[in-house]
Design a protein around this ligand. Structure first.
Ligand code: ZN
Ligand code: ZN
Length: 285
């Protein structure tokens, strides 16, 4: 079932500032009624007070956050190639159009009909078709441009600010000022001590598959991975890190695997792989 979602303006803008996460959270279990490949249509309110269509997330994964997570327990992840953010500047008000769909929205200001739990609603296939038509002439949001994230993360992990700057300079037009500042100034300052702590805690073993290079090669070959990537604003702290083998690390980055905090699994396209060895707590971000 496709969904309609009211994305609170400041949350939507923060998401864009941090590099369009292509995922969102909600406390209403209705969020997980959507099927893989279905669309979640999001609308938002601009600072000028106009309601506009913000994004179409085509769902590739559904995961849960720990209970008590501040943005809600349910999370959707958009397919990076099929999902899109729309440019909101210059869009006409979408309220009248939305009232023509099957969802109930009788409040004089449409956002008031979509508060809290009611922020997410089921759509019919006809609603979805109408939205697809409506979105056809809309322009893409330039700030939602994807960076070569895998390479960016790799350069940050090398602790080489010059390399990070080089990559960002080549890609500058798509990055919000806030994210650029973060990537320039904060992200390169990671603490190598954490990797040593993790290796000690797990005796060098991959938390996903148990591969133990120290016993075979007498070398530390497992690597620290930031569950919420550093390049996307993830904490450089143990509660956001796992120790994994290079194969798992490569697979996670290459597929941009979502993480489910309730059962501590990485969600790969064909299967989930849970953390097998867990000796420290991971916190959702
Ligand atoms: Zn492994
Ligand atoms: Zn990593």
């Amino acid at each position: 079932m496709p969904l309609l979602y009211h994305w609170v303006g400041r949350n939507y803008r923060r998401d864009l500032d941090w590099g369009a996460g292509y995922h969102l959270n909600q406390s209403n279990p209705l969020l997980h009624r959507i099927d893989h490949g279905d669309s979640l249509w999001a609308f938002t309110r601009t600072p000028a007070g106009i309601y506009v269509l913000a994004a179409e997330l085509v769902v590739r994964a559904k995961t849960r956050n720990p209970s008590g997570y501040r943005y809600g327990e349910y999370r959707l992840w958009g397919d990076l190639e099929q999902s899109r953010y729309f440019r909101t500047e210059g869009q006409p008000d979408v309220s009248g159009f939305l009232r023509g769909l099957s969802v109930k929205a009788s409040a004089p200001v449409i956002g008031r009909s979509f508060q809290g739990h009611a922020a997410v609603r089921l759509l019919t296939p006809d609603d979805h078709q109408l939205l697809a038509e409506y979105a056809r002439p809309l322009l893409p949001e330039p700030r939602a441009r994807l960076l070569p994230e895998e390479e960016l993360e790799a350069r940050i992990l090398l602790g080489d600010p010059v390399a990070v700057r080089g990559l960002i300079r080549d890609e500058t037009p798509g990055i919000a000022a806030e994210r650029r500042r973060y990537l320039f100034e904060q992200a390169p300052r990671r603490n190598p001590q954490h990797v040593e702590e993790l290796r000690e805690l797990y005796e060098g073993v991959c938390q996903l598959c148990g591969w133990n290079p120290k016993s075979i090669y007498q070398r530390d070959l497992c690597e620290a991975h930031h569950v919420h990537w550093l390049s996307r604003g993830g904490d450089d702290a143990l509660h956001n890190m796992v120790l994994i083998c290079p194969n798992h690390h490569r697979a996670i980055h290459r597929t941009d695997a979502p993480f489910d905090w309730t059962d501590e699994s990485f969600v790969f396209p064909q299967k989930r792989e849970p953390v097998q060895v867990s000796r420290h707590e991971l916190l959702a971000q």
